[in-house]
Design a protein around this ligand. Structure first.
Ligand SMILES: Nc1nc2c(c(=O)[nH]1)N[C@H]1C(S)=C(S)[C@@H](COP(=O)(O)O)O[C@H]1N2
Ligand SMILES: [Mo]
Length: 254
């Protein structure tokens, strides 16, 4: 077996590729005898896989307050059409709850006040929309990894799905990320923007910031966070509204 093949097999068993990369894969590789043989075959193979993981873990650039865009435009839906959402917005989301469910041992239902009371991270980052505009803004929110640790992901969970309140025609907006991005330190469920409560236009009460990816992954109006083993059973099966309907890439790394 050539090193080239070896490396491909190792990366394959780590789950890297079209389907994304799985954190728990490392345990599985090391504990299987094939995995141990592959890991023993050469530093190059492990180095190659390690480098891939390191790149995914790198932080997006953070900026200073002086760099913030004077205007951060809105894009896509700016006001979910549902009566349910309108009622929550009219009530300042006081009775709204975020559902955290799917492949978790501890499903949760959290109020906005509870979420705001949990640890927060503030970051000033650049948002890059695939349509050709960028803006630098400040985001404050709950690190998604902390939420998932409290929810206790089951071992078969591989993706985190964000179900949103808005639709395009009959198609609900949704997005999904793998566990590398879910536990990335800059991945937050933001409830604040530019020092203020997140506005409806920008995704109130809660929107995803996944800073190593393009704008369409930054799901606004997140109502439900679901852990799943596969994206195949959801809507069009490609992991997001744009992915299903327009052919955008599921992994939109920047
Ligand atoms: N729920 C939802 N999330 C969404 C969208 C949307 O239409 N609905 N548009 C996406 C796109 S293409 C971009 S560029 C950003 C825009 O975020 P902003 O309105 O805060 O600028 O949100 C993303 N998240
Ligand atoms: Mo976008």
């Amino acid at each position: 077996m050539t090193l080239h093949l070896t490396r491909r097999r190792l990366i394959g068993s780590l789950g890297v590729g079209a389907g994304g990369l799985m954190l728990s894969g490392c345990d599985k590789v090391a504990s299987s005898s094939t995995g141990q043989a592959l890991l023993g075959l050469g530093e190059k193979a492990t180095y190659s896989a390690q480098r891939l993981i390191s790149n995914r873990a790198a932080l997006a650039q953070e900026f200073s307050a002086a760099d913030m865009s004077p205007v951060f435009r809105t894009n896509g839906n700016t006001q979910p059409a549902s009566a349910d959402y309108a009622a929550h917005a009219a009530n300042n989301f006081a009775d709204w709850r975020l559902a955290v469910d799917g492949l978790v041992a501890n499903p949760m239902s959290l109020s906005l006040a509870q979420i705001r009371g949990l640890p927060r991270r503030t970051q000033i980052t650049r948002h890059d929309c695939v349509e050709g505009w960028s803006a630098i803004g400040q985001w404050t929110g709950l690190p998604l990894g902390m939420l998932l640790k409290q929810a206790k992901l089951r071992r078969d969970a591989r993706y985190i799905v964000f179900h949103c309140a808005d639709t395009f025609g009959d198609h609900p907006y949704y997005e999904s990320i793998d566990l590398i991005d879910a536990f990335h330190p800059q991945t937050i469920l933001a409830w604040g923007m530019n020092g203020q409560t997140l506005s409806v236009g920008h995704g109130a009460p809660l929107r995803l910031r996944v800073e190593r990816q393009l704008g369409y992954k930054q799901a606004k109006y997140v109502m439900r966070v679901e852990a799943v083993a596969t994206l195949a059973g959801l809507y069009g099966g490609k992991g997001g509204y744009w992915e299903d309907n327009v052919g955008y890439q599921w992994y939109a790394g920047i």
